[in-house]
Design a protein. Structure first.
Length: 270
């Protein structure tokens, strides 16, 4: 055993001096010459094998950081808004920094009422009646749908996106039913029922991120198109969605904000 231990110690000493088991020179101790002959390989079936080199730079291909769990069997449900979902910009739709955000809001209103409605004899639903007031029953139903479609380039978590294209159309249907003529339309021939539909654009703009000016992601950005804007002009509050051009940003870790905006006010549907 002593001879075997001495042989192993001699082998490792010569190995550290610059020769591996095959005799190729890799490392040398400064000031010492390598041995003239390579060491004899030790064949000991009961000895512990020397440690193998670990390649720390080897990389294993995996899905991107948004889809790591998909490789383990987890599947996405596009109808589940409470978990990871591509339709709410949790995962990129293509590339590594292009996201799509889909939002929908439904607003339903139904309002029945009974209101005393005075009528004239020549424009009543029941002519010949001797009552000044006609039928009281009235009802109103309104259904409004707002859809938001956003295409975003950049990071959606901790810094402003580099580019955003957003379109927000709104659709409305309303139904009104009254008990007497001339209430919903001055023309008695229009009847007592009215159906209306409206389509509008609440948002339709392009937002381009010009630059970041600090490590806190203070930024300058330019937005062009139909966009919401809210500002207080000495007590006069301007809050509307109008077509315009807006240059805005912030400074000093969002302590200072600025806006330069030009809007062309449109006369909307009366």
């Amino acid at each position: 055993m002593a001879v075997q231990a001495h042989a192993e110690a001699d082998y490792w000493r010569r190995y550290l001096q610059g020769l591996d088991q095959s005799g190729a020179t890799e490392r040398r101790i400064p000031g010492e010459l390598p041995p003239a002959t390579p060491p004899e390989p030790i064949e000991n079936p009961v000895a512990v094998l020397p440690p193998q080199s670990v390649a720390t730079s080897v990389s294993v291909p995996i899905p991107d950081r948004w889809r790591i769990l998909d490789a383990l069997g987890r599947r996405e449900n596009v109808f589940d808004p409470y978990n990871t979902n591509t339709l709410k910009a949790d995962k990129p739709i293509f590339g590594e920094d292009w996201f799509f955000n889909f939002g929908a809001i439904g607003d339903t209103l139904y309002e029945p009422s009974r209101v005393p409605t005075p009528v004239a004899a020549q424009a009543a639903v029941a002519p010949g009646s001797n009552n000044t007031f006609g039928r009281y029953a009235q009802s109103f139903f309104s259904q409004q749908e707002i859809v938001t479609l956003s295409l975003i380039e950049g990071n959606t978590a901790y810094k402003p996106p580099d580019f955003e294209l957003r379109i927000t159309p709104a659709f409305n249907f309303n139904h009104t039913s009254v008990g007497e003529l001339g209430v919903i339309n001055i023309n008695p021939q229009a009847g007592t029922v009215r159906n209306q539909t409206f389509v509008g654009l609440q948002e339709a703009f392009v937002d381009y991120h010009l630059r970041n000016v600090s490590e806190y992601y203070d930024f300058d950005s330019l937005r062009v198109g139909i966009q919401p804007f809210n500002f207080d002009f000495r007590g006069f509050v301007f809050q509307d969605s109008q077509p315009g051009v807006r240059l805005f940003g912030n400074r000093d870790d969002n302590r200072w904000q600025y806006n330069f905006a030009f809007f062309d006010l449109l006369y909307k549907d009366q």
